[in-house]
Design a protein around this ligand. Structure first.
Ligand SMILES: *[C@@H]1O[C@H](CO)[C@@H](O)[C@H](O)[C@H]1NC(C)=O
Ligand SMILES: *[C@@H]1O[C@H](CO)[C@@H](O)[C@H](O)[C@H]1NC(C)=O
Length: 317
């Protein structure tokens, strides 16, 4: 009897403490210092409005007032850090070669028209600018714009060079970096812990495990950015009739587990920003902000800007 009461009160105590700390994390954790707030984030510079990852795209997004540029990095054969998404150049330039096997001066230009990954049957026609830029070009052009860097390959030299550039341009407070792979994020953090990192995919799964067991409020987190997809957009990218029953179930389950306001509220109260990708229509923008996400990553910066202006979603000061 006594033991049962003891166990019950312990469990109740745990549940209550966990619930309290979920709501008020500052009782246990110091809120992370935020040097910028990303509400409006341009995915690959806005891959639906300009050729992805080009200076033209970045200029357009910054002129529009985007809060943050999202981009991808690779290392060329002569060890230049370039901004491009795929390791292989086939999709984007029509030439079957790897960036890592090509010197910077030999990189081919992008094709005139590129498919937009997160918009069904959509192609973006670019203007004049088809050049694969250096990361340095982006830093030179936009010294005050936060940049969100996906380190596409697990290559120590790449990580080191990106860190050196960030330091040289005095942008540690304007940068977030990482990748879905935990090994890459660990290396980034080790290389330069002053540049904030995002949650890798294994860490996102761990985060969910902690959240659903009630342990999350007790656990310290080194990451400062949670960048996750909205799983339900899969049904827009594919013909819903083309998804099998189990694919539809998994999509529903992932969406239900991941899109939690209580989780987002807890993280943002700890100073961890929550970004949802890649959203390209108003229904999804609305849902993300309703769920308490800090920001939305989009291929259509103009569309997101119009939506935010009309709905009075504040720009960071
Ligand atoms: C990193 O990339 C450079 C340039 O592509 C390459 O020469 C080097 O072998 C790579 N290092 C590792 C460890 O993969
Ligand atoms: C749906 O699946 C069929 C058969 O696999 C395929 O031919 C068709 O292109 C698919 N449609 C879409 C929109 O993906």
């Amino acid at each position: 009897m006594c033991a049962a009461v003891y166990v019950l009160s312990t469990v109740t105590g745990y549940v209550l403490t966990s619930a309290l700390l979920l709501k008020c994390p500052s009782l246990l954790h110091r809120r992370k210092r935020q040097t910028f707030l990303g509400r409006h984030i341009s995915h690959r510079g806005g891959a639906g409005e300009n050729l992805e990852n080009t200076m033209a795209a970045f200029k357009h997004a910054v002129a529009l007032g985007t809060d943050m540029l999202e981009l991808d990095c690779h290392l060329t054969k002569d060890e230049q850090v370039v901004v491009s998404h795929d390791a292989n150049l086939q999709r984007s330039t029509g030439i079957n070669a790897y960036i890592s096997d090509t010197a910077y001066a030999e990189l081919p230009p992008y094709l005139c028209k590129l498919g937009v990954t997160f918009q069904r049957e959509c192609f973006c026609e670019g203007g004049e600018d088809k050049r694969i830029p250096l990361l340095r070009d982006v830093f030179d052009a936009f010294p005050n714009t936060p940049v969100n860097i996906d380190i596409k390959v697990n290559n120590d030299t790449l990580i080191k060079k990106v860190s050196e550039l960030v330091v040289k341009y005095d942008r540690e407070h304007l940068t977030v970096w990482g990748n879905a792979r935990n090994q890459v994020v660990k290396k980034c953090y080790k290389e330069n812990p002053r540049i904030p990192v995002l949650f890798s995919l294994p860490r996102v799964l761990q985060l969910l495990g902690l959240f659903y067991t009630g342990l999350l409020p007790f656990v310290p987190l080194k990451e400062q950015f949670l960048e996750i997809p909205m799983p339900s957009i899969i049904t827009k990218l594919k013909d819903p009739n083309n998804l099998t029953r189990s694919q539809r179930f998994i999509t529903w389950l992932a969406d239900t587990l991941l899109m939690r306001k209580a989780l987002f509220d807890h993280l943002t109260a700890r100073g961890i920003q929550v970004y949802i990708w890649v959203l390209n229509d108003e229904e999804d923008f609305q849902r993300a902000f309703d769920l308490g996400a800090t920001g939305v990553m989009t291929d259509f910066p103009t569309r997101l800007k119009d939506f935010m202006d009309r709905n009075g979603i504040s720009k960071p000061q």
